[in-house]
Design a binder for this molecule. Structure first.
Ligand code: KG4
Ligand code: ZN
Length: 346
């Protein structure tokens, strides 16, 4: 089964050709990061316009690199949401036109599900069930992947997403956008034990996250240093902040894996590219006898291949989207039923 996948939910125009959900024949990513960096974050209107300029070129490149033609395609996979409305519209309009023109099925994909499926591309042996931590720029979810295209949600952020916290803290430290990768490399040079930032675990049995208090603690630290006329050691602040985020992410992920009796953990989303997070999970995994999976960095951040993988696993389960499918900037996770833990509905 060959699918052409299209992803335009934020600031990457990406198209790829994916075979049977796991084999990437092409995965072209045109990033707009350099344009948005000037503004300190993604400007939605600029993102939409750039997608329009790029989309046809990227589709053609994806087909030609894969050595395929439109006629070889079995169905089209496209990100329906969540994301920026104008940006999503460009991808969905193109996907509909191609599906209609070729008279082949269209499969709308949830962007978050795409991030999870990046693991199936990277690790050919990975099969559900496993615990998954999704940490992207806009979302933080802790869930159980019960089967292909079947998920059970246990926790999510109550305020900022993990990546959002990295980006906001980096901005306050005067670092460029996106802040995550910059903090990641600075943290290696710094000493995380120099500044102790709060670890927010919430209620004892909660799998939810909260990062806004930590973000405020870092901002307060920076302001107080300034007031005292001291220059904060940026690498130590980065290391202290990152350690505080990672400790909570790692602890809750392992706790859920153990509760569900899972011997595999996968991570997904842009923050899954974080070297500190990957190392911390691997080390804990060795101790606990749990295998840890993560995609290579290029498959962690936004890309079309992951959308093609999620599209495939939904397609073989019978999913077909109508040609009047609408984008949904706040698309909820498909089939994600809040579980009941200790009588409290999450
Ligand atoms: O998944 P993604 O590409 O886009 C969304 O769907 O949101 O994630 C982008 C986020 C940004 O917040 C970026 O700062 C963060 O992922 N990120 C990182 C790293 N690389 C990207 N955060 C921490 N460490 C990294 N190495
Ligand atoms: Zn994403």
């Amino acid at each position: 089964m060959l699918t052409l996948a299209i992803e335009t939910s934020c600031d990457e125009t990406s198209c790829g050709v994916i075979k049977n959900g796991r084999e990437v024949l092409s995965n072209i990513i045109s990033s707009q990061i350099d344009i948005h960096r000037e503004y300190g974050g993604v400007v939605p209107e600029i993102a939409s316009r750039k997608h329009i300029e790029n989309i046809n070129i990227i589709i053609e490149e994806a087909l030609s690199e894969a050595g395929t033609d439109f006629k070889d395609l079995d169905f089209i996979s496209v990100t329906q949401g969540p994301g920026l409305i104008g940006a999503l519209l460009v991808g969905l309009a193109s996907a509909k036109a191609i599906a209609y023109g070729l008279d082949i099925p269209l499969v709308g994909v949830n962007h978050i599900e795409g991030h999870i499926c990046a693991n199936f591309i990277e690790h050919k042996d990975l099969e559900p069930p496993f615990t998954c931590l999704v940490v992207s720029g806009g979302h933080t979810y802790l869930l159980d992947v019960e089967d292909y295209a079947q998920y059970r949600l246990f926790g999510r952020t109550r305020d900022d997403a993990a990546g959002e916290a990295f980006d906001k803290v980096a901005r306050a430290m005067g670092l460029p956008y996106p802040g995550g990768p910059v903090i990641d490399s600075l943290a290696v040079e710094g000493d995380g034990s120099k500044i102790h930032f709060p670890r927010v675990f919430l209620e004892d049995d909660s799998y939810d996250f909260s990062f806004s208090g930590l973000k405020t603690a870092v901002l307060n630290y920076l302001n107080q240093s300034k007031q005292r006329g001291e220059e904060p050691v940026i690498a130590d602040v980065a290391a202290g902040f990152q350690e505080a985020v990672l400790e909570v992410l790692v602890e809750k992920t392992f706790r859920l894996a153990k509760q569900n009796g899972r011997d595999k953990i996968a991570i997904a989303g842009g923050v899954a590219a974080n070297a500190g997070l990957r190392k911390a999970l691997k080390e804990r995994g060795v101790k606990e006898g749990i295998k840890v999976y993560y995609p290579s960095p290029v498959l962690c951040t936004d890309n079309a291949a992951m959308i093609g993988s999620a599209g495939y696993f939904n397609y073989i389960k019978g999913k077909r989207s109508p040609l009047d499918l609408r984008v949904d900037p706040n698309l909820a996770f498909i089939d994600m039923q809040p579980p009941v833990i200790g009588g409290i509905k999450l």
